[in-house]
Design a protein around this ligand. Sequence first.
Ligand code: NDP
Ligand code: HSE
Length: 439
Amino acid sequence: MKEPLRVGIAGLGTVGASVARLIARNAESLATRAGRPIALTAVCARDRSRDRGLDLAHAAWHDDASALARDPDVDCVVELIGGDEGPARALVEAALSAGKHVVTANKALLAKHGLALARLAEENGVALAFEASAAGGVPVVKTLREALSGNRVSRVSGILNGTCNYILSRMEAEGLSFAACLADAQRLGYAEADPTFDVEGYDAAHKLAILTSLAFGVALDPEAIYVEGISKIAPIDIAMADELGYRIKLLGVAERTKTGIEQRVHPTMVPKTASLAQVMGVLNAVAIDADAVGELSLIGPGAGGDATASAVIGDICDVAVGATRPAFGVPAARLERPQRAPMQRHEGGYYIRLSVFDRPGSAAGIATRMAQADISLESIIQHRARTADVDPTGRSGAPVPVVLITYATTESAIREALARIDADGHVAEPPQVIRIERE
Ligand code: NDP
Ligand code: HSE
């Protein structure tokens, strides 16, 4: 058997500790598959005294992450610290520059610096591997980069954040509060160090930037992504979605349109009968539309220590067998810079929840503004207020929720109509707008 691949892991938290544990537990089968042993020779984290339940007796400890990149006993650096700057970026740059392979799960770093890092890896003839960076344990990076090489991809979409899907699933199924579900997601190791990245949609956007690059052979362009998170989704929206036959999911979508590549992350009403609507809890799902294969779906755990470690170890095995493909499928210099399709031109159906002053003329005024923007309404729902609030004359003026469902229209038409409705003084609060994905 060949010499061992000597691995250094920086970051021994949720994912790093799982990677170290799995390398030890599955040493024999890993060596057989990789054609050589995988040896953990160095580690790095902040707190050396913390008991992580790991046997690190044969691994050198580094307090400074960049020192791990310089360690002569490390061939492959596994970056599991996180963050788009600071020690993670310094470590990855130092490792690639020193001619060491890098495996990372860090989507924030890749979304921001992926192109430059891919160039650095090519210049130094080493691998930059990141299967775990998008959809955790779901092997979507390799699918797009390798298995679908013979296709022209037209669309990649799906549920890309386990924390958000877990929160939305439990809010719907158990009627729990947003805060309680988020706290559980953190306890289970699903959430980012700063959970704002999850719930405001940035984490899903980082992953979408990576998938867009792999799918369409384009340079990463995270700034082109329209991003909205789930923090403003209220229990009433979940209940209305249920009543209307939908489920709310945080979706990431990238597609070729006539005006360029559209990239968006936002809460979406998905019909309950759609396969995406069945994807619950921490599961992620990615649907790929491609000319040769047709539609392909991948579903699996999108977060969590062992699930993510599974993808990291797959990459380590690739490094061990000597696979060094261009990081994003084509050489960095060949990645195109296509036109961005503006969100204003997005077309689709909309759910709009308004807090409408309950007085004569409000509903007619709203319908008029919608018609003026050329928006056709599929339904209008206004539930009777609670008995205590009911004014027998119907003229109390107290705000009541009114939900509008539109047929397909454009984002710009919706924005224009809502601005006018607001200016007319019909609504008490900013509207809730959720895009609808019909089958
Ligand atoms: P954790 O917060 O659990 O772990 C981070 C680790 O990095 C800790 O061991 C910490 O040390 C160490 N660390 C932090 N700062 C430094 C530093 N300056 N120098 C050295 N070590 C440092 O994060 P996760 O394991 O959850 O995530 C790691 C990466 O994997 C992130 O990029 C994340 O986005 C990504 N990821 C996470 C998934 C998940 O489900 N958790 C899924 C997919 C990707 P110490 O332990 O001593 O504090
Ligand atoms: N915080 C991320 C999520 C981890 O919840 O999906 C996996 O990338």
